[in-house]
Design a protein around this ligand. Structure first.
Ligand SMILES: CC(=O)N[C@@H]1[C@@H](OP(=O)(O)OP(=O)(O)OC[C@H]2O[C@@H](n3ccc(=O)[nH]c3=O)[C@H](O)[C@@H]2O)O[C@H](CO)[C@@H](O)[C@@H]1O
Length: 379
């Protein structure tokens, strides 16, 4: 979201953006804010909220209500598929404030994978009046769900903006990490998805150990997500492996420095799929399904699933068949040119004045005709 906020802030004659943070994943979020030199204008306080999406969303909506009353926005912009994004859209809708969704239209068409992100982004789409889709494929998903074409804009994804904004000033290698040994090839691994918790995370860890054993000139770096459900099985299986480095979550610039030097990425992350594609790093997606099919179509990524044997076999093949790895590396980046934030700000400058809030929850037909009952329109 930082690229959108920066682009809005560059237009003070039109926008007065207020960044409200919810404190979700606060340690990772604070690190990201520092990486981009931004800080929220407001942070809502969430105290003693039980774990789980339902409690998080409920508490965040309740906490955002007074924040929106104070800031009294004409538009609320939410990004992605987190419980915070859903809470922001719900709190805005409750006040009759139009919602714009950044990274709109991503669909795996499977509510269990990823869970809860697929459900969240489908719900946000219903609440949004403006959809900023990263790709034509995402826009097609929204049109197929009946959203009016004039509300959908293909902008590229802001994750590419963020990446391109740090690349020019990145060191060759992070100061915080031992450089790889000469002649070693780097494999970067990240895993954290809820649907992989338990046996599948352990299977991924064992696959990583086997890959390292089979490919002695590969050095594996695995920044460990702080959630103990992820951290503990990884430490148990890989904690003493000689050529596997478990690190704390890396600062964004450090992570990108490692990614840029990697020969192969194994990940279940969404953003990393897009960053790797942008940098031309072949990627094995350790999920049952991905909403980033554009990377598969481009050939820069392959959907390998979460089965240990499948991950081992394909990773070892690519690390021992350089021609095949190179073919993937040439796949290209389908996620945008790094100007999504600027495009979104320009579109908002044109659109916000004309926005009508259709609160029936019904979708508008292509010509803007509505079939909902009861609606409130505001311009
Ligand atoms: C279902 C899904 O795919 N949803 C995605 C999900 O995000 P994700 O899956 O991409 O989540 P992570 O993998 O946790 O974060 C990744 C980012 O973290 C950086 N990173 C990573 C490790 C590290 O050590 N240091 C770092 O700096 C890395 O460069 C990257 O930018 O939610 C977002 C918000 O709703 C969505 O927009 C997005 O679609």
């Amino acid at each position: 979201m930082a690229p959108v906020y920066a682009a809005l802030a560059k237009r003070p004659e039109i926008f007065a953006p207020t960044w409200i943070a919810t404190g979700q994943h606060s340690s990772l979020a604070d690190q990201a804010f520092a990486d981009f030199g931004v800080k929220p204008d407001m942070t809502v306080e969430l105290k003693d909220v039980p774990a789980g999406v339902s409690a998080q969303v409920g508490a965040t909506v309740a906490a955002l209500a007074p924040a929106l009353a104070t800031s009294d926005p004409e538009l609320v912009i939410v990004q992605g598929d987190t419980s915070s994004a859903l809470a922001g859209a719900l709190a805005a809708a409750a006040r009759g404030v139009p919602v714009a969704h950044v990274e709109a239209g991503l669909r795996s068409f499977d509510f269990d994978h990823p869970n809860p992100e697929e459900s969240i982004r489908v719900i946000i789409a219903r609440l949004a009046q403006l959809h900023f889709a990263p790709t034509e494929n995402a826009a097609a998903n929204l049109r197929a769900e009946g959203f009016a074409d004039r509300r959908i804009h293909v902008t590229g994804n802001t994750v590419v903006d963020a990446l391109m904004s740090v690349l020019p000033t990145l060191p060759a290698w992070p100061e915080t990490l031992e450089p790889p040994q000469a002649g070693k090839r780097l494999v970067l691994v990240t895993t954290h998805r809820r649907e992989s918790w338990g046996d599948q995370i352990e299977g991924i860890a064992r696959a990583v150990a086997s890959i390292s054993d089979a490919v002695p000139d590969a050095e594996i770096i695995l920044p460990v997500h702080p959630n103990p459900v992820v951290r503990d099985p990884l430490a148990t299986v890989l904690g003493t492996h000689p050529r596997v480095r478990l690190t704390p979550p890396l600062a964004y610039g450090d992570f990108v420095s490692v990614l840029r030097r990697s020969s192969l990425v194994l990940t279940d992350s969404g953003g990393v799929q897009e960053e790797a594609a942008t940098l031309g790093v072949p990627t094995l997606v350790m999920r049952k399904v991905t909403e980033r099919t554009e990377a598969l179509d481009a050939g820069v990524a392959k959907l390998v699933g979460t089965d240990r044997d499948d991950i081992e076999a394909l990773a070892i093949h690519l690390l021992t068949h350089e021609d095949d790895r190179q073919v993937m590396a040439q796949g290209g980046n389908p996620f945008g040119d790094g100007k999504a934030g600027e495009r979104i700000a320009s579109l908002l400058a044109r659109e916000v004045g004309a926005l009508r809030v259709v609160r029936s929850g019904e979708t508008e037909g292509p010509d803007g005709a509505k079939d909902g009952t009861g609606r409130r329109s505001a311009s």
